[in-house]
Design a protein around this ligand. Structure first.
Ligand code: AMP
Length: 281
């Protein structure tokens, strides 16, 4: 696996690959990789001639500087995982190279960032859009692989691609989970033992939601979720929302939409975790 840190070098490299007719699959990440990321790389491997992954902890998408500072970083382990999964090129740029000037572009995502992550992490999706647009510009991939765990992010990137006519196909990939159901996340590494154990409740609650969906009123289901999470003293519910799968407009009743997703954000100690489950599609 080649590791390229300079933007001009990777641009040359992908231009050469494209000129030879090679298809490029791209997996953007912030590192601290786990089997969720590995599954994205494997999907890219199976559908493209060349697989490029990026590792870049993007300061612009962190609304909390302390969260940015403590975000786990381990390039050596990450490189081994990527290579093992079949990645050809790792792009690992420096912050100053990615941001020679502050990027001041503003984005309008309509309803998509007014709820859930958008509402609780102001500026987060603008930061995501800024970096993803730069990465698309640099790598010019044919296909890009995103995890369903960050479902709202995937919809935002989808809108970005449509709004700016970026010629890339977005490939959604299923959420990979730990044996107890907890969605894999780089942040799981920050969980002390007790919080890690408590965090398994998040998916248990989502499974309960999936079973009850359509049978009990949404307000009642929300109260039940708050109660179940509240039972675990180490967990604190930030939001639980039932929303339309495409617009993310929160639903008040089951008949308002045919395609429905449930999304949750929970603090386990001071570590923020998100997850979701599709209820109807
Ligand atoms: P991150 O490094 O957290 O920015 O994530 C990079 C990509 O990996 C994003 O598209 C995430 O949605 C995806 N991802 C993160 N966790 C998982 C998981 N457990 N299963 C599948 N994809 C994931």
């Amino acid at each position: 696996m080649e590791i390229l840190e300079s933007i001009s070098r990777i641009k040359e490299r992908v231009a050469e690959l494209r000129s030879r007719g090679k298809s490029i699959g791209f997996v953007p990440t912030m590192g601290a990789l786990h089997q969720g990321h590995v599954s994205l790389v494997k999907n890219a491997r199976s559908e493209n001639d060349v697989v490029v992954a990026s590792i870049f902890v993007n300061p612009v998408q962190f609304n909390d500087p302390a969260d940015f500072e403590r975000y786990p970083r381990d390039l050596r382990t990450d490189s081994a995982l990527l290579e093992g999964a079949g990645c050809d090129i790792l792009f690992h740029p420096a912050v100053d190279d990615m941001y020679p000037e502050p990027d001041t572009t503003e984005y309008d995502f309509g309803q998509l960032d007014k709820v859930m992550e958008g509402a609780y992490r102001p500026g987060h999706f603008r930061g995501v859009a800024v970096v993803v647009r730069k990465l698309f510009e640099i790598i010019q991939p044919h296909r890009v692989y995103f995890g369903m765990k960050d479902f709202q992010q995937m919809l935002i990137v989808n809108k970005l691609v449509k709004d700016y006519h970026i010629p890339v196909e977005i490939v959604p990939c299923s959420t990979v989970r730990e044996p107890d159901g907890l969605a894999m996340s780089s942040r799981n590494a920050l969980l002390p033992k007790n919080e890690r154990r408590a965090a398994a409740t998040i998916y248990k609650v989502l499974r309960m939601v999936k079973m009850q969906a359509g049978f009990i009123a949404i307000e009642e289901l929300k109260a039940l979720v708050a109660e179940e999470i509240g039972r675990e003293k180490l967990l604190k519910l930030e939001y639980f929302e039932i929303a339309d799968l495409k617009s993310l407009v929160p639903l008040k009743g089951w008949t308002a939409s045919k395609e429905v997703i449930a999304c949750i954000a929970v603090y386990a100690g001071n570590v923020r975790l998100i997850d979701n489950v599709i209820l109807f599609s």
